[in-house]
Design a protein around this ligand. Structure first.
Ligand code: PAF
Length: 281
């Protein structure tokens, strides 16, 4: 497995793969890998001849400097996992590589970035779109894999790819959960045992909403129930709950006519978790 710390080295390596006629799949990550990331790698390996994984904790998508500082990192462990999974190359750029001095270009999906979780995490999706656009330009992959857990992020990226005519395929992969239902996230290691247990309420609220939606509930009833379920857990601090039209994330009310996106963000201690699901009437 090749470890590329600069844009130039990665580009040279990818040029070699292209000369051999290989297709390339990209899995962008911020490291501290878990089974959810490895499912993205496995999906990319099924769809492309060679898989490139980027590990970059992107400063521009963090609002709170302490959240960026506390983001868990373990590059040696990540590299071992990727080597075992048969990854072709890992891109480990520095902040200066991705954001050279004087850089002033940003990418923003104007509406999608600023609804829902974008309202509580100001600038977050601008940071995501900007770094992902840079990664797409650097790697020029045939396809890229992203988790459906970050549902809004996935829609932002799909929209950006469409708007900017990036010639690649975006593959959304199902959320991977622990046996007890907690969605895998690199942030989970920072939860105390009590908060880890309390955080199960996220999946329970999604289950409850999915059941109610299947039984004909209105959007308002879903919102009220999810809010009540989360607030009944004393260790949770609900930051946002939203129900929108799936994919477009446009507002919706009353009896839904088609699939909905349900998104929750809540803090447990000082750890912000999100969980989201597409549900259908
Ligand atoms: O989902 C993530 O880990 C990040 O938001 C991403 C897509 C790697 C961009 O930094």
């Amino acid at each position: 497995m090749e470890t590329c710390k600069t844009v130039a080295k990665l580009r040279e390596h990818i040029a070699g793969l292209r000369r051999q006629g290989f297709s390339v799949g990209l899995v962008p990550t911020m490291g501290f890998l878990h089974a959810g990331h490895m499912a993205l790698v496995a999906q990319a390996a099924r769809e492309a001849d060679r898989v490139i994984v980027s590990i970059f904790v992107n400063p521009t998508q963090f609002g709170d400097p302490s959240d960026l500082e506390n983001y868990p990192r373990d590059t040696e462990r990540d590299l071992a996992m990727l080597r075992d999974a048969g990854v072709e190359a890992v891109f480990l750029p520095s902040v200066e590589d991705i954001y050279p001095q004087g850089a002033e270009t940003i990418v923003e999906t104007m509406r999608l970035a600023n609804v829902l979780h974008g309202e509580v995490r100001e600038g977050h999706f601008r940071g995501v779109a900007t770094v992902v656009a840079k990664l797409f330009n650097i790697v020029q992959p045939d396809l890229a894999c992203f988790g459906e857990k970050d549902y809004q992020q996935l829609q932002v990226i799909r929209q950006m790819v469409k708007d900017l005519h990036f010639p690649l395929r975006i593959i959304g992969c199902p959320t991977v959960r622990e046996a007890d239902g907690l969605a895998l996230s690199s942030r989970n290691v920072r939860l105390s045992p009590e908060d880890r247990l309390a955080a199960l309420v996220l999946n329970q609220a999604l289950d409850r909403a999915e059941e109610m939606c299947g039984n004909g509930a209105t959007v308002e009833e879903l919102l009220a129930e999810v809010t009540a379920v989360i607030q009944a857990e004393p260790r949770s601090h609900l930051r946002a709950v939203d129900v929108t039209e799936a994919i477009t994330l446009r507002p919706v009310s009353g009896k839904p006519a088609g699939p909905l996106a349900l998104m929750i963000s809540a803090e447990f201690g000082d750890v912000l978790l999100i969980d989201q699901r597409e549900i259908s009437p």
